[in-house]
Unconditional design. Sequence first.
Length: 221
Amino acid sequence: MKTQFSKFITSAPLLVGAAALTLLVGCASGNYQKGASAGKDLQVAADKINQGSAQVDSTLTALTNLVKNPGDLAAQFKRFSSEVSALQSSAKDVSSRFASMDKMGDAYFAEWDKQIALIQNEEIKSRSADRKAEVQKKFAAIKQSYHDTADEFKPFMSDLKDIQTALATDLTPGGVSAIKKVTEKAAKSGNSVKSSLGKLATQFKELGVAMSAAAPQPAAK
C-alpha cells in the first residue's frame, strides 16, 4: 500500500524523487552548486507535498458532499471517483521516487565517508563527520516519517476505494445512507493523514534549507 501512499504526497510526483536523487548524487560529488540546487528542489518538493494534503481535502469534500448533500448522485459520484483516482495516482508517484532515494542513500553516505578519509586535518575531519551524521539523521527521520504516513494512508485509501466500489453498485439514496458511518471514519483518518503530510513537508523543507548555499534570511519583524 506504500505504493498508493505515493499518490497524494505527490501532486509533486517527479519533484520529490528528483530532489532527493539530486541531493544524494550532487552532494556526494562535493559540488556545492549541485547541493544548493538539490536544496532548492527539496523545498519545491515540500510545497508539492502540501498540495498533496490539499488533494486529501478535495477528496473528502467530494465524499462529504455526496453523502450529506445528495443531489445528482451520478455527477457527485463521478467527482468523488475522479478525486480518489487523483489521490491514488499521486501516492504511487511518490512511493516510486522515495524507493529510488532510499536505494541511493547508502551509496551517498558511503561516498561521504570516503571523502572524510582523505582529510588530513583532524579537526576538519571531525567536523565533517559530525556534519555527515547530522544530515544522515535528517534522512533517517524523513524515511521514518514517510513510512509512518504510508501506514496511516493504507486504511484511509482502502476505505475510500471500498466506498467507491459500494456506490458503483448501489448509487441510490439508500446506498449512500448505508456508507455514512464509514464516511465519518474516513474523514477522521484523512485529518490524521494531513497532519502527517504536514510533518513530512516540514522535514523536506528544513533539509532543503540546510543544503542551500544561500544564508538563511532573518525573520521579518
